[in-house]
Each structure stands twice: as structure tokens, then as C-alpha cells.
Design a protein around this ligand. Structure first.
Ligand code: WT7
Length: 684
């Protein structure tokens, strides 16, 4: 047992750990890949024989019409990426495309100099796009705002001057805790302009989560808002921020955006209104010449320990990767209106609401609120209102729309749509077909895109004018990407079977390290298999070379397309005075994909009542954020552990999902399982 959590504290070795993943190795791959819902079993998926070739009307105008990029990349991968890099503006060209000298600390576009905000804004002004909409924003209460590229230039350069005025310098870190309002991308781009590193924290995270993230990156400035709208209610962002800042010694100032307009307390000398600072700031700010390998942002994501990892993305390779994938996968043409429904607090929003689309001079739509506010057709109303051509959303949303029924989209004119996308978790073929039929009206290809916070860009996906689609498969690696499915020893498995999903060569937008913890970077991603990046996902592949991603094989769960670490939630639970021990699993859920399910043992003399269960759920939501709130809490006298004390969550999943128990021979006391099993049904 390598990573051990003691009440939220991290205890990790300082060198790569060859022992990592041992538990997974002992577990037969087949068992790891087994998921309960019938239609996600690998054997069933691989029998999926519906194939959707690109429609002729689509191929005709497609950005990529044939195998050329695949062939180019196969012939010379680095030359392929260099060609993509040439689509950007560089102050100084790179000397070398890839430097693998200190692998796995890869460097891309060595000595190249560029600025991300210049590439996302200024160069479009000179290319006839001054008056094109850069951002179309729709607020939850129904207000809207359209920023042209010229508007974006004004706002971003002003904001860059505000940041400088507030003491932010090249290399400093800025934490951003904002709702989905235009100021969010504006502040991100302003940071990029002056060479500061941003770290966006999703507005649904708690004060405590915000505090940990601010402290980990030692931010100097925090940008937040009075509040955010969610289903007509106000999320108290400033209040959470104040609570967090009580424990953040590095933060000097706060920049405060007015959104909801409710009363907030201002700390004299620390807090400054955004609108006042902006009004006083000049337009125009020379972009910093950044090195391709300078840090652009840090984004925290959950891993297998109790502490989230600060994923580090840099400037050159990242922008090359996201702009190239955005253009080819979403088939971006000159007058497109493109909408990715994610929150910018996650990587999907960073790469495919902000950086990819703006680098391509595209029009990107941003929506502030909930899909059912004021009614269940809000998404379709937005598609109709702006004439959205490309829609990128998540399987969990699609399953929710399915449940609401096809009458909601049927009310609206969706004829502008020509391409659909999904991301975040495996999509069940049934949801794929529903999306295809009721949203795409059997006319739009669907790009199922596999990637991660760490990969920065999409790695496995169809190219919609080229690739035949199979519902439930993310299809094939993007040109220049080498993915494989391997067994526990790192050997490729034959087509028609499953194993671990790995990446066999580096790609430009890959993470460079974990902020402040390079050893953990190696241990986490590069130690499980030699010379291969371990994704943490299980997958199968078929005779056509199509990948079928099944989900996480580590202690990470995926709730509504968002990643949560089981140990993070367990740490939060054991901080409650009634709890002795906790084990958290992801239990298959028809809408969320997985739901958080907790097995809890209580301290001596405390009884597991339904009131206590309610209290524990609220406790987790308050500690981490509403996303992590357990769906159910199960009280038990014991947890199943191996002789070395590792909790076998896999067996708990078997129970929660009503499956035949997997191998229990490594348990210290196999009788524990019978006990839990007998009690489980009675509590449920
Ligand atoms: C994990 C990454 C990157 C976007 C949002 C999530 C799962 C993501 C797919 C897909 C099957 C998928 C994987 C991956 N995942 N996209 N198309 N098919 N699984 O980012 O929070 O870093 O989570 O999401 O399990 O490892 P993330």
C-alpha cells in the first residue's frame, strides 16, 4: 500500500513507486472491467454492430474529408504537429518540436515564443474578424451579452492592466472562483496576456476546497463575484471566498465582480470592485512573450489520494493541441456558432469553450445556468435563439433529457445543428441513439470524445467527415496520438478483448507535471507501465481498431462526468465525530453514470440512524461541494480489508450493484462480506 491517507494528510514516497498498482495487477482485468448495467458489459458492447458512416452532405464541406492527417501523422508525427503549430502566431519559432531528453518531462516546441491571448484575440483583429462574435453569453435569468473580437480585445487588455495595477506579475498565480459569466474567460485571457498562471476553481466547490487549492498554488490574487445564479437561487461565492481566505496567507487582494447584486462585505484594502477598477484602466496592453513551456494554468483534479492534484498545462503545446483538435473534430468552418455546455471550472471548458474556439477565431456560446431553468427546454431554446451549429455536451445531460422526454426538444427549431459531441464518461448506446434521433434528427454525426484533465486535449475521437461511428465507442486515436489497450504486464491485448488504456507516445497538450510534486507526476502516470502513460481507464478494442472506454479502474469515480476521488470523500467522512472508518464507491446510477455510495463504521456506542445518514451527507457536501454528496450511506460493523489493511472497494461495488461477489480470497476475514451482504438489502 503506497499511498496512505491519514485523515486527509498525504503520506507519499519521494521517488517513483514501482509497487503502485499492484492491487490492480492481481485483479483479473475481466473483473475490473465488469460494470453492472447490462449494456455496458464489454462483451455486449463489442457486439454493437450498428455503424453510421459520415453522411455525403457532411463530407462534401468537411474540414477533413479523407485519411490525409492520419497518413501524415503516421509518416512523421512531429512534422504533423509542427504543421498544426504553424497555424498559430509565434513571436519566435521553435528550434525543436519535441525534446524527450528528460522524459517523462517532455518539452514541446522548444524555445518557441508566443502569447495565448494574442493568438486568441489580436491576430483575429488583423484577419478581418474584428466584428465577429467571439463570445455569445446567455445569463440564467435571460439577460445576454455578445462580445465581438474587438470587444474582447478591449475587455481583456483593460483587465490585464487591472491585474498589473493590483500587483500581479509574470509567473504569479491567480485563483479564479467565478460563475459562468464573460468575466471568467476575460480574466483567464488577461492572466495569459501578462504571463500570470490562472487556477480556476469550479463555483460548486466549497470554501474548504477553494482554500486548499489557493494554498497549494500560493495564489497572490483571487478573482470572485458577489454570487452566481443557479435555478433562480444565489450561490454565495463571496461568502465562501471570505471563509476560504481566513486560511490563505499568500492572498494579498481580491477582485470582485458584481453579478447578482446582493449585499456583500468588503474588506478594506483587500477587496476591489471589478467594474470600478476596469473603468479606471486603459485599453491596450502589450502581450508578454512567453516561452512555449511557460505555465499557462493549473487545474485541480481528483486522484487516488485524499489531496487533489494541480495539473500543470503550458503555453505552446497546449494551444497547438486544443486548436488543432477543436478545428478538426468539431469541423469548424468560418461562420460557425459553436456551443460547449460544460462549466469553465473543468478542463472541458478551458480547452473547448475558451482556448480552442478562440484560437480558431470561432464564435463560442456560454450559458450561465441550469438546463431546466425556467423550463426543461432551455438548451433547445438557446440552440434556436442563436442558431447553434455544433453542440458539445455530456452523456449525463443526454440521459436527463431522455428522462424528460423528446417533447421538450421537439418544441424548438433545431435545424441549425449539424454536428453533435459528447464527453466526460462512457455513453451508453441507448443514449447515443436518442441524441442522434431527437437532437440531431438523424442528420448530425456524433463525436464521442475521450480525454482527461491531464491530456489537455481530446485524444480519442472520430473525425466527423471521415470516421464511421459506432454508438458507445469513442472510435480511434486522433492523428499523431498513439493509444493502446494492454494487460497487467503492459503487453497489448488482442482485438476483441479488454485491459488498461495507455498512451504510448507524448502529445503536445499533455500535462507537464503535478504542481509542486514532480515525483507524484511520475508515480501516478509513468510508473504503472514502462514508457507508457497510464490513463487510469479500462478499455476494450475491436477488430476495426475502435476503442471502447469502460471507465476508471482506480479509486476514482465519475459522477455526472466529474471526477471525484473516493479517498477525498472518505477523508471528509472520517472528520465527522461519529465516524470511525469509511469506504466510498461509485455505484451505477441511471442519470449520473455513477453515484457516490458510502459504507461507514461508527465510533463505539453510536447508532446508525437515518438522521445521522442525512447529517453525514450534508457534512460531505459542506466539506467538498454538493457534487460529492453521497447518494446513500450504509452503516456497517466492519469493512472488507486485505491482510495489509487495504479496503477492497471492488467487493463493496459488487454488493451495491447486486452482483455475484468477486474474488474474496485476499481478504483478512472473508466472513465480513457475508455479513455486509446480508445487512445491505435490509438497510436499502
Ligand atoms: C475521465 C477524465 C476530459 C473531459 C471531462 C472529464 C472519463 C472522459 C470519456 C469518453 C468514456 C470518458 C474517463 C477519463 N471520460 N471522456 N468519451 N468516454 N470515458 O475530465 O474529470 O479529467 O475525467 O473521464 O474515465 O479518464 P476528467
Amino acid at each position: 500500500k503506497i499511498y496512505q491517507i491519514v485523515q486527509g494528510k498525504r503520506d507519499e514516497p519521494k521517488s517513483p513507486c514501482p509497487g503502485w498498482g499492484k492491487e490492480a495487477e492481481k485483479t483479473p482485468v475481466k473483473e475490473v472491467l465488469h460494470v453492472s448495467s447490462e449494456d455496458r458489459a464489454l462483451e455486449v458492447l463489442l457486439k454493437e454492430d450498428r455503424v453510421f458512416p459520415p453522411p455525403p452532405h457532411f463530407i462534401e464541406k468537411a474540414v477533413v474529408k479523407d485519411q490525409t492527417p492520419y497518413e501524415e501523422a503516421r509518416a512523421d508525427r512531429e512534422a504533423f504537429w509542427a504543421r498544426q503549430a504553424e497555424r498559430l502566431d509565434w513571436f519566435q519559432k521553435w528550434d525543436k518540436v519535441l525534446d524527450a531528453g528528460q522524459a517523462p518531462f517532455y518539452k514541446w516546441f522548444v524555445n518557441g515564443k508566443l502569447n495565448v491571448s494574442y493568438n486568441c484575440i489580436d491576430r483575429h483583429l488583423n484577419a478581418g474578424r474584428r466584428t465577429r462574435a467571439a463570445i455569445i453569453w446567455e445569463g440564467e435569468p435571460g439577460d445576454d451579452r455578445i462580445l465581438t473580437y474587438q470587444d474582447l480585445y478591449r475587455e481583456v487588455t483593460r483587465c490585464a492592466n487591472v491585474l498589473k495595477e493590483m500587483g500581479v506579475k509574470r509567473g504569479d498565480r491567480v485563483s479564479i472562483y467565478l460563475p459562468m459569466i464573460p468575466e471568467l474567460p476575460i480574466v483567464m485571457l488577461a492572466c495569459a496576456r501578462i504571463g500570470a498562471t490562472h487556477s480556476v476553481v469550479f463555483g460548486g466547490f466549497s470554501a474548504e476546497s477553494l482554500r486548499d487549492r489557493i494554498n497549494d498554488c500560493q495564489a497572490k490574487l483571487v478573482v470572485t463575484a458577489d454570487g452566481g445564479w443557479r435555478r433562480g437561487n444565489i450561490v454565495p461565492l463571496k461568502k465562501n471566498c471570505d471563509d476560504a481566505l481566513a486560511g490563505c496567507p499568500t492572498v494579498e487582494k481580491v477582485l470582485l465582480v458584481r453579478r447578482t447584486g446582493q449585499e456583500v462585505d468588503l474588506v478594506e484594502g483587500r477587496d476591489f470592485w471589478y467594474h470600478e477598477m476596469m473603468a479606471a484602466a486603459p485599453i491596450g496592453c502589450e502581450p508578454e512573450q512567453m516561452d512555449a513551456e511557460d505555465m499557462l494554468f493549473i487545474l485541480y483534479t481528483s486522484g487516488t489520494t485524499g489531496k487533489p492534484k494541480g495539473i500543470v498545462h503550458t503555453t505552446g503545446g497546449y494551444l497547438v493541441g486544443v486548436s488543432a483538435t477543436h478545428r478538426m473534430i468539431f469541423d469548424i468552418r468560418d461562420d460557425d456558432i459553436y456551443w460547449c455546455t460544460a462549466d469553465i471550472g473543468w478542463i472541458t471548458g478551458h480547452s473547448y469553450i475558451v482556448y480552442g474556439p478562440l484560437a480558431n477565431g470561432c464564435t463560442t456560446v456560454m450559458y450561465e445556468g441550469s438546463p431546466d431553468w425556467p423550463d426543461k427546454d432551455r438548451f433547445w431554446a438557446i440552440v434556436e435563439k442563436y442558431g447553434v451549429n455544433i453542440l458539445y455536451t455530456a452523456p449525463t445531460a443526454i440521459r436527463t433529457f431522455m428522462k424528460w422526454g423528446p417533447e421538450w426538444p421537439a418544441r424548438r427549431d433545431l435545424s441549425s445543428l449539424r454536428l453533435l459531441g459528447t464527453v466526460g464518461e462512457p455513453i451508453n448506446p441507448e443514449a447515443w441513439i436518442w441524441y442522434y434521433k431527437y437532437i440531431g434528427r438523424e442528420r448530425c454525426p456524433i463525436v464521442d470524445t475521450w480525454w482527461q484533465t491531464e491530456t489537455g486535449m481530446i485524444l480519442i475521437s472520430p473525425l466527423p467527415g471521415v470516421t464511421s461511428l459506432k454508438p458507445g465507442s469513442a472510435t480511434v486515436p486522433f492523428p499523431g496520438v498513439e493509444a493502446a489497450v494492454v494487460d497487467g504486464a503492459g503487453n497489448p491485448v488482442p482485438p476483441g478483448s479488454g485491459g488498461y488504456l495507455v498512451l504510448k507516445s507524448p502529445w503536445p497538450a499533455m500535462l507537464r507535471t503535478i504542481y509542486g510534486d514532480p515525483d507524484r507526476y511520475i508515480a501516478q502516470y509513468w510508473s504503472r507501465f514502462e514508457n507508457m502513460y497510464f490513463t487510469g481507464d479500462g478499455a476494450g478494442w475491436d477488430e476495426d481498431g475502435y476503442f471502447w472506454v469502460m471507465g476508471r479502474v482506480d479509486d476514482v469515480i465519475n459522477v455526472s462526468g466529474h471526477r471525484l476521488g473516493t479517498m477525498e470523500i472518505e477523508s471528509a467522512l472520517v472528520e465527522h465525530p461519529a465516524v470511525a472508518e469509511a469506504a466510498v464507491i461509485g455505484k451505477t446510477h441511471e442519470l449520473k453514470g455513477q453515484a457516490v455510495s458510502a459504507f461507514v463504521t461508527l465510533k463505539e456506542g453510536i447508532r446508525g440512524t437515518s438522521e445521522l445518514a442525512v447529517e453525514l451527507k450534508a457534512h460531505v457536501a459542506q466539506k467538498i461541494g454538493a457534487l460529492a454528496r453521497p447518494e446513500d450511506i450504509f452503516f456497517t460493523a466492519e469493512l472488507p480489508k486485505t491482510r495489509s489493511g487495504k479496503i477492497m472497494r471492488r467487493l463493496l461495488r459488487d454488493i451495491a450493484e447486486g452482483r455475484v461477489l468477486g474474488d474474496t480470497t485476499t481478504l483478512a476475514d472473508p466472513a465480513v462480506m457475508t455479513q455486509i451482504k446480508d445487512n445491505y438489502s435490509s438497510q436499502e
